[in-house]
Design a protein around this ligand. Structure first.
Ligand code: SF4
Ligand code: SF4
Length: 384
C-alpha cells in the first residue's frame, strides 16, 4: 500500500469544545495541551504527533491516525476518504504551511442526522444518555468506540478552558501565513455565538459555513443580518426530499429546510450542497438533484465509517429502480460514481444491521417507515 496522502500536509480540523485536533477530519484526533500551545505560538498545525505522522508517511509507513481514518477501510476493500486526493501534488516538507482549516465551535446541534454521532451533535449525545446505546450485532455503536474516552473528558471541560483554547486558536489563525480556506462547522455553527468573532478574524480568507440549517427561521434571520455583504459561502448538508429528508436529517422538516435555503439565497450568499450518499439517501437523491442542481452545485460526501449505511447495502430491486429512474443522468459524474458504488453485493451482516439500525432509530423518534419501499423494508427484515 502507498501510505501517502497530501491532506496530512495541508488540512487541520479543530474541535474547540473537545480541544481536539484532527489532521485531517477523518484521522484519529489528538488532544491539544494548552500550556504547550501557549508557549509555542504558530505550532497548532505542527504538533510533534503531526510531524511524526508526516515523516512516517514520507517513509511509506502507516500511522495510527490514518489507520483509523483510511487504511483500515482500504484493507477491507472499502473506499476511503484519501482516494479523492490521490492525484494531488506531493508535498515532502512536514513543516509545510496549513492551507485548509476547519473549526468545529461546539457540538450544539438540534439534529440527529442518521450517519452522524455524539462526537458531533449534542442531540445525539442526549439520545444516547436518555435511551442508551444502539446495538448492532449485539455490539454498541455510536458511543463506545475509539473516541468515547475523549468525549467523556470533553463533557467535563470547563467553559474557561474552552474559551482559553478559542483565544489561542484566534491567535494561531493570525500566525498562519499560508492559510487559504476556513470552514466553520458544528454541531450547528449557526447556533454558536462565537461565529461572529471567527468571521471577523478570517475575513481575508475563503470562508465556508457548513450547516444543516437546523435552526429556527428567527435565529437564521439574525445570523444572516450579520453575514449580509460578507463573502461567505454556505455549504448546506442535504441529499433527499420530503419524509425521507426528515428521517435522514432528523430534527428539521423538508418545508422548513426549503424556506431556509431561500432565506440564504435571498441574503446573497453562494450555496453549495453537500450530499452524503448512503443506501437510504438513494431513495431520494434523484428528486433532490432535480430540485436544486439547476441552481447550486451539489458535492458528494461518501460514507466511510457506517458500514450498514453504505450505498451498496440495498436490495437488487431498489438498485435497479435507481439505475432505471436516473438513465438520463448517467453521464453526470455524481451518478456515474453512485452506479459504480452500488455495484457490489452487500453481505448479510450489513443487511441485517441496516434493518436493526433503522428500527432503533425510528422507534426512538416515533417515525413510521411505511413511506420507504416495501421490498426494501422486507429485504432488511422490517416487514414480513
Ligand atoms: S490518509 Fe485519510 S485520515 Fe489520513 S490525512 Fe489522508 S484522508 Fe485524512
Ligand atoms: S447537522 Fe451536522 S452535527 Fe448536526 S447531526 Fe447533522 S451532521 Fe451531525
Amino acid at each position: 500500500m502507498d501510505h501517502y496522502c497530501s491532506t496530512k500536509f495541508t488540512d487541520l480540523q479543530v474541535h474547540v469544545q473537545g480541544r481536539l485536533l484532527y489532521n485531517c477530519c477523518k484521522a484519529y484526533p489528538e488532544r491539544v495541551n494548552l500550556d504547550w500551545l501557549e508557549a509555542n505560538p504558530g505550532r497548532l498545525f505542527h504538533t510533534d504527533t503531526m510531524l511524526e505522522d508526516r515523516r512516517l508517511m514520507l517513509d511509506n509507513k502507516s500511522c495510527v491516525s490514518c489507520h483509523y481514518g483510511c487504511y483500515k477501510y482500504e484493507e477491507q476493500g472499502l473506499p476511503s476518504a484519501r482516494q479523492k486526493y490521490i492525484n494531488d501534488e506531493k508535498i515532502s516538507d512536514p513543516q509545510a504551511p496549513l492551507s485548509d482549516l476547519s473549526i468545529s465551535l461546539s457540538t450544539d446541534c438540534n439534529l440527529t442526522c442518521m450517519y452522524c454521532s455524539p462526537e458531533w451533535s449534542s442531540s445525539w449525545q442526549r439520545d444516547i444518555v436518555k435511551n442508551g446505546e444502539y446495538l448492532l450485532d449485539g455490539v454498541p455503536v455510536r458511543q463506545k468506540d475509539n473516541w468515547s474516552t475523549l468525549w467523556g473528558k470533553m463533557k467535563q471541560r470547563s467553559r474557561g478552558t474552552e474559551s482559553r483554547f478559542f483565544e489561542l486558536l484566534l491567535r494561531e489563525i493570525k500566525l498562519s501565513a499560508g492559510l487559504q480556506r476556513v470552514s466553520i462547522l458544528g454541531g450547528e455553527p449557526l447556533l454558536n455565538n462565537q461565529l461572529d468573532q471567527v468571521l471577523d478574524q478570517v475575513h481575508d480568507k475563503e470562508i465556508y459555513i457548513v450547516t444543516g440549517l437546523g435552526v429556527s427561521h428567527e435565529r437564521l434571520r439574525q445570523v444572516l443580518q450579520k453575514t449580509k455583504g460578507k463573502d461567505v459561502i454556505f455549504k448546506i448538508s442535504a441529499e433527499s426530499t420530503g419524509e425521507l429528508f426528515a428521517l435522514i436529517r432528523h430534527g428539521v422538516t423538508w418545508n422548513d429546510f426549503q424556506d431556509r435555503v431561500s432565506m440564504v439565497e435571498q441574503n446573497g450568499h453562494n450555496i453549495k450542497f453537500i450530499s452524503t450518499i448512503s443506501n437510504l439517501s438513494l431513495f431520494g437523491f434523484n428528486k433532490f438533484h432535480d430540485t436544486y442542481s439547476g441552481k447550486h452545485p451539489i458535492l458528494q460526501n461518501n460514507l466511510t465509517d457506517t458500514a450498514w449505511m453504505m450505498p451498496h447495502v440495498l436490495d437488487n430491486r431498489s438498485k435497479d429502480e435507481f439505475i432505471d429512474s436516473t438513465q438520463a443522468k448517467h453521464n453526470l459524474p455524481e451518478f456515474k460514481a453512485i452506479i459504480s458504488m452500488i455495484d457490489k453485493t452487500p453481505d448479510d451482516k450489513h443487511r441485517a444491521n441496516t434493518g436493526d439500525y433503522l428500527k432503533q432509530f425510528s422507534s426512538r423518534r416515533s417515525i413510521n417507515l411505511d413511506f420507504l419501499p416495501a421490498h426494501f423494508l422486507k429485504w432488511c427484515g422490517l416487514k414480513t
